[in-house]
Design a protein around this ligand. Structure first.
Ligand code: SF4
Ligand code: SF4
Length: 410
């Protein structure tokens, strides 16, 4: 999309305003420039040459979470997220604080480069055990952000590339682990491998797979995102794979939408399936029994699940089928504020949005808060820690696997 086609895309908006009540940043600010309609008008003005890309114009666009709640109610089907991505790709992002820039640079390098991530993992273990993190976190905004990022780092896990099915064979899957998952959520990867093998799948973990590219795409770096997409296409180019299973819904949404941005990605996109969706189908087919659990569980549906994948029913059905579980669905809340790197770039807005979820956790006092997206999990975990709540934040698959099986070693 060039400037002219970007203008044509913004012209699709009929300015009806139906999207405004759905927009989390508009709900908080009540400012038209912080709404979908307002942002589209600003980009329209820039693309037509009437407005300059001033820092205040950039600020309003950058404040968008890309949660896509607006898209899901838009009668004119305005391709809102593509408009934002294209604007950022053509005009870049606005000025950022030094602390934010450094945190983003470090976190990107760590997430994308395996060598750097191993080094960072060792440094994080040392810093935690020697209390360095605690000490530096008090020094400045930058050290606070970096220490929060490093605090949840998990030790590097050496995995096999193949795990055979443990019951009657249902097929062969490739597991997309995601860059963030490998560094911050090895528990979900381990549980997913065990569950998929138990359900009858051979599981491949191609070591060449990389970050899905969502962070780069949404930061306006379309070229880099395209290179990551091409790496993943090569990594999962195996005719024996029936499915490519994603664990984080943010990555799943990105893989599913590759063809909207990058050529020769259709096959990977068509094989991509969210783990809860696949697990529900097999568990229903086999009428597998889950062990009872007499606990309260809050279930969170990330924006990537509700507004892009649109398969939130799968996790709801799976968790509701645990006998004795009191499941409450967090469906009265908007975006939790994590939104990829948004929580690092806009901590004030991210924390304000998280507040509603924390209040619900305080009221329900659940044993578990389940969310299938690692970014949301990290953001909510940090909030719960601040208010001293012991609720465990885990992926629905971790709980499901715990209730389905005693857990064979992998
Ligand atoms: S993507 Fe979300 S935050 Fe951005 S304009 Fe749409 S509803 Fe608002
Ligand atoms: S709902 Fe769609 S058409 Fe209406 S103002 Fe929002 S983006 Fe424009």
């Amino acid at each position: 999309m060039k400037q002219k086609s970007l203008l044509a895309a913004t012209d699709l908006c009929v300015k009806c305003g139906l999207c405004l009540p759905e927009c989390p940043t508009y709900q908080i600010t009540l400012n038209e420039n912080e709404s979908p309609r307002g942002r589209i008008s600003l980009i329209q003005g820039w693309a037509s040459g009437d407005l300059k890309a001033s820092s205040s114009l950039h600020r309003h666009i950058d404040n968008c979470l890309l949660c896509r709640s607006c898209e899901s109610v838009c009668p004119a089907q305005v391709p809102y997220s593509r408009i934002i991505d294209e604007f950022r790709s053509l005009a870049g992002k606005g000025p950022q604080r030094v602390a934010t820039k450094v945190t983003l640079l470090v976190s990107r390098a760590v997430l994308i480069n395996q060598g750097i991530s191993r080094l960072a993992s060792r440094f994080a273990s040392f810093a935690r055990s020697s209390r360095v993190l605690e000490a530096i976190s008090k020094r400045s905004r930058l050290t606070r952000q970096l220490s929060t990022f490093l605090n949840d780092f998990q030790p590097h896990t050496q995995r096999k590339t193949f795990y055979p099915a443990l019951s009657a064979n249902k097929g062969c899957v490739g597991l997309f682990t995601g860059c963030t998952g490998e560094l911050f959520d090895t528990e979900t990867i381990d549980a997913s491998i065990r569950l998929l093998c138990r359900l009858g799948f051979d599981v491949w973990l191609p070591p060449e797979q990389s970050c899905c590219g969502a962070l780069d795409l949404h930061a306006g770096n379309t070229k880099k995102a395209g290179m990551l997409a091409a790496t993943n296409v090569r990594a999962f180019d195996r005719p024996e794979l029936d499915w490519v299973v994603t664990l984080a819904t943010g990555c799943g949404a990105m893989l599913k939408e590759y063809p909207d941005y990058f050529p020769r990605t259709e096959e990977l996109a068509s094989k991509t399936v969210d783990i809860c969706q696949l697990a529900r189908k097999v568990i229903e087919d086999r009428q597998m029994v889950l062990r009872p659990l007499n606990k309260t569980i809050l279930l969170h549906a990330p924006c990537s699940l509700s507004n892009v994948l649109k398969t939130a029913d799968a996790q709801k059905d799976l968790i509701s089928s645990i006998p004795g579980a009191r499941v409450e669905i967090l469906d009265q809340v908007n975006c939790c504020g994590a939104a990829g790197s948004y929580m690092l770039e806009h901590p004030e807005m991210a924390n304000a949005l998280r507040g509603k979820i924390l209040a619900m956790v305080r009221g329900a006092r659940p044993k578990y808060l389940l969310t299938p997206n690692i970014g949301c999990a990290m953001h909510m975990k940090a909030g719960l820690k601040q208010i001293d709540m012991a609720t465990e934040v885990i992926h629905p698959i971790v709980l499901l696997e715990q209730q389905l099986t005693s857990g064979e070693a992998i």
